[in-house]
Design a protein around this ligand. Sequence first.
Ligand SMILES: [Mg+2]
Length: 230
Amino acid sequence: MKRFHPVLLLLYGYASFVRAQNGIPAPAPGPGASPEPRNLAYSIESVVRYHDSGEYERAIQLVAKSAEEYLANRVAHRRPNENLVAVFDIDETALSNWATLFDCGFCSYSTQVRFYPPPAHDPAIPPVLHLFNFAREKGIAVFFVTGRQEDQQARTVGNLQEAGYSGWTGLIMQPIGNRDPASVFKPRDRQQIVAQGYTIALNIGDQASDLVGCCAERVFKLPNPFYLIK
Ligand SMILES: [Mg+2]
């Protein structure tokens, strides 16, 4: 059996302790083996810090302010008889699910859908509510387009109203049992809005899949490092 010098064993143990304290992955266990991925707990600490430090809200404020500046300019150049509309996503855009995300240990979106139905009392994300009211004051119609399914309609309408959203024109939800990804159904839903004679001046959401495809003049991406919807 191979023997190691006691001092070398001591040094190895100390190095392992330092690596653990600093989140440094341990070396590969042997030739050809992949290194262990960074522990997920460090990523969770990172996103909680991002939220609790105020950086998350500051990032949202910057995006919402930019969207308001754009809308003000767009309205100033509105063509006669042009029906401008702004499209808003709901989760992590109009409403915050932070409490649920925290409770479920930042579970995946598919886990949220299966085990955590949308809460009835999510708070508004204030800069987005301000943008919503700004759009309404400028005479721009608002449609919510969401991946939430139609059996959540009453709860969603109640929550939006409770959070301060009022006077929207449309709420487009998905059929019960929908299996299409957001990158497919969201462009399709926006196409429906255009077919009603609207020009989509702005589309805002927290996922890239909220924004790809048909047919907004400008898109605004809010931060969301907490989960991913493809
Ligand atoms: Mg969302």
